[in-house]
Design a protein around this ligand. Structure first.
Ligand code: NDP
Length: 234
């Protein structure tokens, strides 16, 4: 199995774990990075997903190097947590633009090659918060819930063309993003997780790899929770 796979935000955290997993399985992996250094040993292109032109350029570079993208993993995401009364309109729209509209830009660009090939796999990284909401995360939860409606619409629109759209909904995972929480918030959230610990990025990567694999050929429009049981399947 050697497919052309593109993972956004693949320079660190969950995205890097996903990239390593596909590379270890023998796929031709490309990652995008926005800032800092590209990860060692992976083909990397600079791209900010809030800019359609940069998304287009990134795809062109990946297509030249590895051929048309057959598997897209939209992982790049941000938080800007704030209680509603203190949340600025910019806090809200920036998170939506990155997490939700970013996925739209990527999926739209990827679908060109996938429609031509009459096959493709798209996995969007949502969040457990999408389904249950969270105080202080109205912008983030709205963006991650929006991904569910987006992916399910795409699953219906493009299913007959051999393209699947699925989502993973990770619970709290050990990355820079969860380190922004206070010790008290982490302990409080941990107490609600039946498995009693945070996820490791590799555990999210395993679910993503499954959804992109032949074993998941008849799964589309699904939300797969990887949350230690916190949401009990929701
Ligand atoms: P990190 O903060 O560690 O990494 C986020 C990644 O997204 C970085 O590579 C970052 O690039 C990239 N990124 C952010 N904004 C943009 C942008 N505008 N354009 C391109 N790339 C961008 O987060 P995680 O690894 O924890 O999160 C990965 C995904 O998983 C996110 O979508 C997140 O919402 C989701 N998730 C995370 C959970 C957690 O507890 N960690 C729980 C549930 C979901 P750069 O290095 O340049 O900043």
């Amino acid at each position: 199995m050697s497919r052309s796979v593109l993972i956004t935000g693949g320079n660190r955290g969950i995205g890097l774990a996903i990239a390593r997993r596909f590379a270890d399985a023998g796929d031709r992996v490309a990652v995008t990075y926005r800032s800092g250094e590209p990860p060692e040993g992976l083909f990397a292109v600079r791209c900010d997903v809030t800019d359609s032109e940069q998304v287009d350029q990134a795809f062109k570079q990946v297509e030249n190097q590895h051929g048309p993208v057959e598997v897209l993993i939209a992982n790049a995401g941000i938080t800007k947590d704030q209680l509603l009364m203190r949340m600025s309109e910019d806090d809200f729209t920036t998170v939506l633009d990155t997490n939700l509209t970013g996925a739209f830009r990527l999926a739209k660009r990827a679908s060109r090659g996938m429609l031509r090939a009459k096959k493709g796999r798209v996995v969007l990284v949502s969040s457990a918060v999408a389904l249950r909401g969270e105080s202080g995360q109205a912008n983030y939860a709205a963006s991650k819930a929006g991904l569910v409606g987006f992916a399910r619409s795409m699953a219906r629109e493009l299913g007959s063309r051999g393209i699947t759209f699925n989502l993973v909904a990770p619970g709290l995972t050990e990355t820079a993003m969860s380190e922004q929480l206070s010790e008290e918030q982490r302990e409080n959230l941990k107490s609600q997780i039946p498995l009693g610990r945070l996820a490791r990025p590799e555990e999210i990567a395993a679910a993503v790899a499954f959804l992109a694999s032949d074993a998941a050929s008849y799964i589309t429009g699904a939300v797969v929770p990887v949350d230690g049981g916190a949401g009990m399947g929701h």
